[in-house]
Design a protein around this ligand. Structure first.
Ligand code: SF4
Ligand code: SF4
Length: 168
């Protein structure tokens, strides 16, 4: 009795002379190889050549600044709360007088870390953020050799200051 409907009948007849000399089989195999030489290649020459990303691709996180270059994050913790992988940790601090040009809100993230080894790139942190402060870019996370190098700190995540770039 057949256990599945995928059983195949095997031909157990003795090999013919043509099958014994293997030449027709070799010629058939070579014709398939030669046929593939002229077909469009499925492989790409990565990293020089890259495939286009899917419109829903989510890559490395970025911490955003406002138009004046101030950090948008107010350390509310909603991204960490929304994160199903518990990959985000932060420490809040109060903005001091004179720091208005650095931080947009009265409270800011003195420490902000994402453990990329935990992250599943679901994008829920981006959706939870009320300040448009964190979003997932199209950058593929680079590989590395140590676990510690996958803990991205605030300085690794913050986008460059727009005015500092202009002055370069
Ligand atoms: S993308 Fe998902 S898993 Fe990664 S830090 Fe954001 S909420 Fe957590
Ligand atoms: S990134 Fe957004 S959600 Fe996360 S702590 Fe900062 S302001 Fe809150």
């Amino acid at each position: 009795m057949k256990l599945t409907n995928r059983a195949a009948n095997i031909n157990r007849d003795p090999m013919t002379f043509g099958e014994k000399i293997y030449i027709p089989a070799i010629a058939k195999g070579l014709s398939i190889t030669v046929g593939h030489i002229f077909k469009k290649k499925a492989t790409v020459q990565y990293p020089e050549e890259k495939r286009p990303f899917s419109p829903v691709f989510r890559g490395l996180h970025v911490l955003n600044r406002d138009e004046e270059g101030r950090e948008r994050c107010t350390a509310c913790g909603l991204c960490a709360l929304a994160c199903p992988a518990e990959a985000i940790t932060m420490e809040a601090a109060e903005r001091k007088p004179g720091e208005e040009k650095m931080y947009r809100e009265e409270k800011y993230a003195a420490k902000y870390e994402i453990n990329m080894l935990r992250c599943i790139f679901c994008g829920l942190c981006e959706e939870a953020c009320p300040k448009d402060a964190v979003y997932l870019s199209e950058t593929v996370m680079p590989t590395n050799y140590t676990r510690a190098s996958f803990i991205y700190k605030k300085d690794d995540l913050l986008i460059p200051h727009p005015h500092k770039q202009e002055s370069k």
